[in-house]
Write a protein that binds this ligand. Structure first.
Ligand SMILES: N[C@@H](CCC(=O)N[C@@H](CS)C(=O)NCC(=O)O)C(=O)O
Length: 218
């Protein structure tokens, strides 16, 4: 059987790539990594992405003849393909909750994402956030705190799940932009930063030398 292939962008910047990568790595699912540098102005790089998916975006998962693009669709595919890994919570009400917050991340928090792009090598420094971004920060911390109250941690639904893969990049954003994490949400940052797969991604990202100038001005 051909190995799964995950097409990803720069680990320093590509938060959408990080999500399925983490789900695969944290669940010890074997895969080959295909790295394509993003936003290089080199047409060959964009063409390589288009060779995998006409969306022109990463991540994309290739499983033989099947291509899945978009982070959340990849997580769903992995959950179906590897049921024994329990990517979603087993109980239907918890699973619905996990899917709701994952969809909320996938379709929301635009202000925080726009104002605080993931950039792991950026020097830690606070910036003035808009009201919308501050509301995003409060909502995310409320989600983390509520999950901890209901499911007891260490991750959102107990063991690491697809929902954690969706929220992992936010942990980097909070650190890089010196965003205060309230006591009820701190345990989550600790759990995530202790996860070996999260640490591996972080190390790989910091070892990259590629710089995308327009992401370095914030
Ligand atoms: N909704 C998509 C977003 C994918 C996305 O925006 N990927 C960015 C990198 S993080 C990308 O490929 N950008 C390259 C481009 O737009 O040229 C997902 O969840 O996968």
């Amino acid at each position: 059987m051909a190995a799964l292939k995950l097409v990803i962008g720069n680990k320093n910047y590509s938060s959408w790539s990080m999500r399925p990568w983490l789900a695969l790595r944290a669940n010890a699912i074997a895969f080959d990594e295909v790295f394509i540098p993003l936003y290089t102005d080199n047409k060959a790089d964009k063409d390589r992405i288009l060779g995998f998916t006409l969306s022109g975006k990463v991540p994309a998962l290739i499983d033989g003849d099947v291509t899945i693009w978009d982070s959340l669709a990849i997580l769903e595919y992995l959950a179906e393909k590897f049921p024994e890994k329990k990517l979603w919570p087993q109980d239907s009400a918890s699973r619905a909750h996990a899917r709701s917050i994952s969809a909320e991340m996938h379709s929301g928090f635009a202000a925080l994402r726009n104002e605080c792009g993931m950039n792991l090598h950026r020097a830690v420094r606070a910036i003035a956030l808009s009201d919308d971004a501050r509301a995003n920060v409060a909502r995310i911390q409320e989600i983390w705190s509520e999950c901890h109250r209901r499911y007891g941690g260490p991750f959102l639904f107990g063991p690491f799940s697809a929902a954690d893969a969706m929220y992992a990049p936010v942990v980097h954003r909070f650190r890089t932009y010196a965003i205060e994490v309230l006591p009820g949400a701190r345990h989550y940052v600790e759990a995530m930063t202790s996860l070996p797969a999260f640490q591996q991604w972080t190390r790989d990202a910091l070892a990259e030398t590629l710089v995308i100038e327009r992401f370095e001005t914030v």
